[in-house]
Write a protein that binds this ligand. Structure first.
Ligand SMILES: [Zn+2]
Length: 300
């Protein structure tokens, strides 16, 4: 900034000098006789000279005032520019600081069991901060994306019951890591990128009772795997092309209470079968109730 200010001051001096020269020239043009007619009387000369001086002084004053205004605006803009840069830098480092603070607060108060991030973006490099949170039961990340890289650290949380990673593209590899978390009961990965191999890994989770999973890489075949998750009470599949046959397999789960399917391949015949044979289930189809659902109710 000091360099910029010095160069601004140099520019201003040059401008003042230029305006001063222009003022002199202007005065001379308006009084051409000053130079050419040296034989005029002293009185007349002195009157012209006083007028010239006054005019030059006035022009000079106006010029200096204008330059000062320009200089002031320049300095204000410079300061504001620096402040914006500082604010941007602060925003860039904020998630790491905020996440570290949240983790420290949880570590300091063992009664707090939930880490729910919704205001800033969480990324893999921040996740090592959760290592000391051995009492945490719920970890929810609604902003930012974590990858498979973070899953081993998350799965090592000994009391974790609920995990929701909203925008994280977890693959089969990440699901294999998650299965090491034996305490896990609620798993919510709406933007996963896993295949059937990864879902098969989830069979190793002994306490899984709620699964919400979205992945464009899954086919309807995954129903045969999900039908083996005997402790499931709530299942929500997003963008998985479950067929009528797959629906029957899933609906046979002994403890299932809620079944939500978004963008499935179930036909009207499939839904009719479900309402006729499994009418205890709370069923959402693309986040709504079917018109023929005997249990339909209003949602906000
Ligand atoms: Zn409902």
């Amino acid at each position: 900034m000091s360099d910029k200010k010095t160069s601004a001051q140099t520019d201003v001096s040059a401008v003042v000098a230029a305006i001063d020269d222009a003022a002199t020239e202007n005065a001379n043009l308006q009084n051409p006789e000053t130079e050419t007619n040296g034989e005029e009387s002293n009185n007349e000369n002195s009157v012209w000279s006083i007028r010239n001086r006054k005019r030059r002084r006035r022009i000079r004053t106006i010029a200096i005032a204008a330059v000062l205004v320009v200089l002031a605006i320049g300095i204000v803009m410079l300061v504001r520019g620096n402040r914006n840069a500082d604010e941007e830098a602060a925003t860039a480092v904020a998630p790491a600081i905020l996440f570290a603070e949240a983790c420290e607060a949880l570590a300091a108060n063992p009664e707090l069991k939930t880490l729910h991030v919704r205001e800033f973006e969480v990324s893999d490099p921040l996740i090592e901060k959760i290592k000391p949170l051995v009492g945490i039961e719920t970890f929810i990340v609604d902003k930012g994306a974590l990858t498979d890289q973070s899953m081993a650290t998350i799965a090592a949380l000994p009391k974790l019951r609920q995990l929701r990673l909203r925008l994280s593209p977890i693959t089969d590899e990440g699901l294999a890591e998650i299965t090491k978390c034996e305490s896990l009961q609620f798993l919510n990965l709406p933007h996963a990128e896993c295949g059937i191999i990864g879902v098969e890994k989830l069979l190793d989770l002994p306490n899984l009772r709620q699964l919400r999973l979205g992945s464009k890489k899954l086919t309807g075949e995954v129903a045969t795997v999900i039908a083996k998750m005997k402790k499931l009470r709530t299942l929500h599949l997003i963008g998985v092309p479950i067929t009528d046959e797959g629906l029957k397999q899933i609906a046979a789960l002994p403890q299932l209470e809620s079944l939500y399917l978004d963008d499935s391949s179930v036909t009207e015949a499939g839904w009719n079968w479900l309402f006729a044979n499994k009418n205890h289930l709370h069923v959402h189809i693309n986040q709504k109730h079917h018109d023929r659902d005997p249990n339909r109710h209003e949602h906000d």
